[in-house]
Design a protein around this ligand. Structure first.
Ligand SMILES: Cc1cc2nc3c(=O)[nH]c(=O)nc-3n(C[C@H](O)[C@H](O)[C@H](O)COP(=O)(O)OP(=O)(O)OC[C@H]3O[C@@H](n4cnc5c(N)ncnc54)[C@H](O)[C@@H]3O)c2cc1C
Length: 470
């Protein structure tokens, strides 16, 4: 007989946790504060504006780690996505054209991704979770505290004072979690939180493709994109002939704040040669306004060691969305919990300690990589915006930028970059691997490969101001 689990938060990773626990034989009650009803189809889901989940409106790519987990452990969700208009791709089917003699190896099969909007992903996930007999989702239920008995968490207290009991409580309330307060009120030791701004603001707009074939190059498998000297722009292919384009700029780059305006957004896409064709007349039509989102941090909480209390998803760790990791990391974490409960079903201090150790091992490398990469990228952008020459990384150091540049010339570097980006291998296997270091050095010895066509600073500023570029 399984445990009774209360999952607090019914967004993507609360649902993912419910999925993992229910399939392991536990009864799950999901408590979600939003009083929402389930959208009935993908179009209605795309209009699903939940104030507590603003990132639900932003572009999402689903890394291979998460896609493979669903395919292997929750096949109905995976198949449900494909049935509703999402598409499976494999990154090894489209290696960079500059790689001579690229040969696929069996392990490349794992580099699969499912192309879908986040709203469609969550629609399918939620309907499949609700179809599981052991799961109940209660909406309009806001948790305000924990119920503790004998040093163990045994329930939650809702806003109206009602208490709900469970064998374990899982915090999936996202990056604004109040669980530190709940734990403190319950007399539990504080968790350490480290955080550092990602130094990026997002602007995203969705489109329906009208052209029968992709109206521009696809250099990323899941879409197209580039990282230039003061901005990034990425096109994400979605389900049902949709796509979205997201710009990322420095929060203090006031000149580009106008990207939140539809006209400036379109002008910026047109100024970016890699993406311009996608918004040319007749090739697509916009299906949303521009959604902006800032205040983004890389953050990490040390795990709680209180028996009966577990945390997953953004409530534990957030990383720069550009890396597209949050959902996969959270799903992996949910299955780590499910597997732990299988091997160690007794709710006690040893179980909490083991979960803490497994959580740290899973999450910390991704947090540290995101912080290091963001410092490098933000330094470059800041120098460009301020008109200074950027600092270059020390010679011989493998950075995200040098690895990506070398990946267009060396198949083994490409494969390693792809595996780390898709979270199938850990960051140290890219940045601290002697063989990769040597290969990156060799690939870049003759100078960096030509940049993908983006917009220089002056061109971009002129475009968003509506000034014709001379
Ligand atoms: C701009 C942007 C782009 C992103 N792009 C990607 C991407 O491409 N790929 C990717 O994998 N990840 C991406 N992410 C990250 C991803 O969106 C998050 O990792 C994910 O949404 C976190 O899910 P969650 O369930 O942990 O938290 P959330 O989605 O924040 O959900 C928390 C839920 O808890 C509920 N809640 C909060 N407090 C309470 C309470 N007291 N009681 C009851 N319910 C409560 C909320 O209402 C909400 O429903 C992106 C993030 C951002 C910001």
């Amino acid at each position: 007989m399984g445990l009774t689990a209360i999952v607090v938060g019914g967004s993507v990773l609360g649902l993912g946790t419910a999925l993992a626990l229910a399939d392991a034989g536990h009864r799950v009650l999901v408590l979600e504060r939003s009083p929402e009803t389930l959208p009935s189809d993908v179009d209605e889901a795309a209009q699903w504006h939940r104030p507590t989940v603003p990132q639900g409106l932003q572009s999402h790519a689903f890394a291979s780690l998460g896609c493979n987990l669903l395919r292997d452990r929750a096949r109905d969700v995976y198949d449900g996505l494909l049935a509703i208009g999402a598409r499976e791709i494999n990154l090894a089917d489209t290696p960079p054209p500059t790689l001579d003699g690229f040969e696929r190896v069996p392990a490349d099969d794992d580099l699969r991704m499912v192309l879908t909007r986040r709203s469609t992903f969550e629609l399918v996930l939620r309907s499949r979770v609700l179809a599981r007999p052991g799961v109940t989702v209660r909406t309009g239920a806001t948790v305000r505290g924990l119920v503790v008995d004998g040093g163990r968490v045994v329930g939650v207290r809702l806003e109206d004072g009602e208490t709900v009991s469970g064998d374990i409580i899982v915090d999936a309330t996202g990056r604004k979690t109040a669980a530190d307060t709940w734990l403190a009120e319950a007399g539990s030791p504080a968790r350490e939180v480290v955080s550092e701004s990602c130094r990026i603001v997002y602007y995203t707009r969705y489109y329906k493709r009208l052209s029968p074939v992709p109206p521009g190059p696809l250099n990323r498998g899941f879409g197209a994109g580039g990282l230039w000297d003061h901005y990034t722009a990425v096109l994400f292919l979605g389900d049902n002939d949709t796509f979205s384009i997201s710009f990322g700029v420095l929060p203090e780059d006031t000149a580009l704040k106008s990207l939140r305006e539809e006209a400036a957004f379109t002008a910026a896409v047109r100024a970016t040669p890699l993406l311009a064709g996608w918004v040319a007349p007749g090739n697509s039509e916009p299906i949303s306004p521009v959604y902006s989102m800032g205040g983004l941090d890389n953050s990490l909480r040390t795990p709680s060691r209180v028996p009966g209390f577990f945390a997953v998803g953004d409530s534990v760790c957030t990383t720069n969305p550009s890396y597209g990791r949050g959902v996969s990391l959270g799903l992996r974490h949910a299955y780590v919990l499910a597997d732990l409960l299988a091997s160690h079903p007794v709710v006690d201090a040893a179980q909490a300690e083991e979960f803490a150790a497994r959580s740290e091992a899973l999450v910390r490398p991704w947090y540290e990589e995101a912080v290091a990469n963001d410092r490098g990228r933000a330094g470059l952008w800041e120098a460009t915006v301020q008109g200074r020459a950027p600092m270059r990384p020390p010679a011989g150091m493998v950075t995200f930028g040098t690895a990506v540049a070398a990946a267009s010339k060396d198949a083994e570097v490409w494969r390693r970059v792809a595996n780390v980006m898709m979270m199938l291998r850990e960051p140290r296997e890219l940045y601290a691997d002697e063989e990769i270091r040597g290969r990156v050095g060799k690939a870049l010895a003759g100078g960096p490969p030509p940049q993908l066509p983006g917009a220089g600073r002056e061109t971009m500023l002129a475009a968003v101001r509506g000034v014709p570029v001379g």
